[in-house]
Ligand binder design. Structure first.
Ligand code: ADP
Length: 357
């Protein structure tokens, strides 16, 4: 029989959420098989919230190996992210809150013209918080988060890539509300069709089909985020699927200051407000990831000033606090990773195809 149920533990709130939404299609699989319980219906009611049941008619034709792979490698159960964990990006945050978070929480109000976009493109330089936003949306909308980079879809699943894409969307549907986050989406949906391999063409086609399916079914609560550092590689067909296209730029002065303080809040340091401001000024053009790299480099300063001999026996509390000088030398080693040439391209693409700003 291809009538199977699949169960495992994951974030507790998912089972609870599905019960509330009535999404656990109990009627579909008459025989519920759980490795944790006898399968008795009355027992199921007392089941721990830890049990996450994937038993959906959409999964009947999906290779169980792929479902297992999605569970172990693509579903991201990392720590929950808050809006405050993301420095700056106020425009993108507000746009996302209004157009996707509220609708995810109150689908009954956001119908008709208010229906949210299903596909959202986040574009901009690397290391600016695109993945953080995806994570945050999943946490804030209490959704299951599926995260994968496009290159792993094409490289790991050669020949099976399109089946994997179908499996991914099917599992996401069975776990809704869900957020699917695909990094490097340009490599999947690029316009260089003449050089495309047959297999990547098939993956691309499957993707577009799945995205269309997701946007025509109004009951569905599956959000799709694509992230890219190369938006100009996307063709018209791909662009059309992302109703919302948000520019995620480099952090401004205020955002860098905020990020610096956040990053240093857990460290022993002797930085004054003036020092923080100076570092924020000097890191103009740095991405969020660059600022983080700068802080990591600076944090090695106090360690480097200890002799080899001492490092064996020094007490942790005797390591000196971080100073502005550590940052001054870190600036020599950690530079901005984004060129101004690249930035111009993002700004132009934002003018041509972006939403907002
Ligand atoms: P990408 O835009 O490439 O997806 P990420 O979201 O993965 O970038 O960011 C990489 C890392 O850089 C994050 O884990 C975080 O530590 C830091 N970072 C980047 N941008 C921000 C930001 N706006 N606020 C807080 N941290 C950030």
């Amino acid at each position: 029989s291809n009538d199977y149920a699949y169960s495992y533990s994951s974030r507790g709130n998912v089972a609870q959420k599905q019960r509330k939404l009535g999404l656990r299609s109990r009627g579909v699989n008459k025989k519920f098989v759980s490795p944790l319980l006898s399968g008795n219906e009355s027992e199921e009611i007392n089941k721990s919230e830890e049990d996450w049941v994937v038993s959906n008619e959409n999964l009947q034709n999906i290779d169980p190996k792929m479902i297992e792979m999605i569970r172990s490698e693509i579903i991201d159960t990392g720590t929950s992210i808050d809006w405050d964990d993301i420095a700056g990006l106020n425009f993108a945050k507000a746009a996302i809150q209004e157009s996707v978070i509220w609708p995810m929480l109150r689908p009954d109000i956001f119908t008709g013209l208010r229906r949210p976009p299903r596909g959202i493109l986040l574009f901009g330089p690397p290391g600016t918080g695109k993945t953080l936003i995806g994570r945050c949306v999943a946490s804030q909308s209490k959704s299951t988060f599926f995260s994968i980079s496009a290159s792993s879809l094409t490289s790991k699943w050669i020949g099976d890539g399109e089946k994997m894409v179908r499996a991914l969307f099917a599992v996401a549907r069975s776990q809704q509300p869900a957020v699917i986050f695909i990094d490097e989406i340009d490599s999947l949906l690029s316009q260089r069709s003449d050089t495309e391999h047959e297999s990547s063409r098939r993956i691309k086609t499957e993707f577009l089909v799945q995205l269309d399916g997701a946007s025509t079914n109004s009951e569905e609560r599956v959000l799709f985020f694509g992230a890219t550092n190369r938006p100009q590689e996307l063709d018209e067909a791909a662009r059309r699927r992302f109703a919302k296209r948000l520019y995620i730029p480099l952090p401004e002065y205020e955002a860098r200051l905020e990020l610096l303080k956040k990053l240093m809040s857990g460290e022993r340091h002797s930085l004054s407000q003036d020092d923080f401001e100076e570092i924020a000024r000097l890191s103009e053009g740095y991405s969020g990831a660059d600022v983080k790299g700068l802080c990591s480099e600076a944090s090695l300063g106090p360690i480097r000033s200890i002799s080899m001999e001492l490092i064996h026996k020094i007490q942790a509390e005797d390591v000196r606090p971080l100073m502005i000088e550590d940052f001054k030398s870190a600036f020599q080693r950690v530079k901005s990773s984004v060129s101004s040439e690249d930035l111009k391209q993002y700004v132009q693409w934002n003018k041509d195809f972006g939403c907002g700003f």
